[in-house]
Design a protein around this ligand. Structure first.
Ligand SMILES: O=C(O)CCC(=O)C(=O)O
Ligand SMILES: [Fe+2]
Length: 327
């Protein structure tokens, strides 16, 4: 990867655009065309709460990121301080390992520039329906043989320190993900279940079953495996029920997750009960827009798309992201 910025800041959050050439950027509006999701894909997201099989990274781009990942898994003290959250092993099971870190984009150029991947930005724009910012990234890595679970959860149950609920998750495989090495699973349609309580992230995989209604349990049992080749992505709604089982295979299962939010999302920390989990996050005052350098603007439709604007299918914002979750 060639770095194009003459002096790189130690904190890459200081750079509000790509610093290298790993993700070539559209120059004209029509350069966005290859990345536009079809009407059918947007409709499927609206109905099921997720879409999958989106090509996002080439083999070479995955190789660059996996090389940088080695650095992120063995950071020096200064680098580690840039993360908003860092757990070499977050698993609650003493026999398992789950590496979970938030904020790698501030540390290495490839992960920094990934958030400007045009394929990511176009799809995220269509599925959010509005200009958006990076909320944060997350690494979820399970080593071979003893990789731990990510228990069933809804992302927004962890994000109620922000409002309104207008967020989107993109899961990108850095290894081929299969049922053997702990791929993600989705429950189609569960994004219409409303906001459920937190039942834990890295301990009992099925803890959420206890709080589901009988009807929801029936739907829950129709979960689908999100097997994906490396470099491919899925996108899910902030209320989508998802989780991933242990990795008993001989291969690692590494993934980078990008979490976006509508431009204009506000801090909502006043009644938040898990403030200790936020102590390394940037300041997020109550009712103030999250628009510091830590939350870069990734897509501004009018300047990026121009004549293409009307040709891009988008979700129906009011039904998919209703205001009732903005307490
Ligand atoms: O990678 C995993 O297993 C969990 C990912 C996840 O929870 C997410 O993408 O929101
Ligand atoms: Fe999640």
């Amino acid at each position: 990867m060639k770095i194009q910025v003459s002096t790189l800041s130690f904190d890459l959050a200081d750079h509000s655009g790509p610093v290298g050439d790993l993700f070539p950027q559209p120059v004209h509006a029509k350069d966005w065309e290859p990345y536009i999701l079809s009407e059918a894909q947007v409709r499927a997201f609206q109905e099921d709460g997720y879409i999958s099989g989106i090509p996002l990274l080439s083999g070479e781009q995955v190789d660059v990121l996996n090389k940088e990942l080695e650095q992120l898994q063995t950071p020096n003290e200064q680098e580690q301080e840039l993360f908003f959250h860092y757990e070499s092993n977050e698993s609650e099971d003493p026999d398992k390992v789950l590496f979970h870190a938030i904020g790698g984009w501030r540390v290495t150029p490839g992960f920094h520039d990934l958030i400007w991947s045009p394929a990511y930005r176009m799809a995220a724009y269509q599925l959010l329906g509005v200009p958006f910012r990076l909320f944060h990234d997350q690494l979820f890595c399970k080593p071979a043989r003893h990789g731990g679970v990510v228990a069933w959860h809804q992302d927004f149950s962890y994000w109620t320190f922000t409002k309104p609920m207008h967020h989107l998750t993109c899961w990108i495989g850095l290894d081929d993900a299969t049922t053997e090495n702990g791929c993600l699973y989705y429950v189609p349609g569960s994004h219409q279940w409303g906001l459920l309580p937190i039942t834990g992230l890295t301990g009992d995989m099925d803890a959420v079953r206890e709080i589901l209604t009988t009807d929801q349990v029936h739907v829950f049992d129709k979960k689908v495996a999100n097997a994906l080749p490396r470099g491919y992505a899925s996108f899910h709604h902030p209320l989508m029920m998802h989780g991933s089982y242990a990795n008993h295979s001989e291969r690692p299962r590494r993934a980078i997750v990008l979490n976006a939010m509508a431009d204009g999302t506000l801090g909502n920390v006043n009644n938040y009960e898990r403030l200790d989990a936020l102590h390394r996050f940037p300041p997020m005052p109550q009712d103030v827009a999250l628009n510091s350098k830590h939350f870069p603007l990734l897509f501004n439709e009018s300047s990026e798309l121009q004549s293409l604007l009307d040709a891009v299918p988008k979700v129906d914002v009011a039904t998919l992201y209703p205001c009732k979750y903005s307490m």
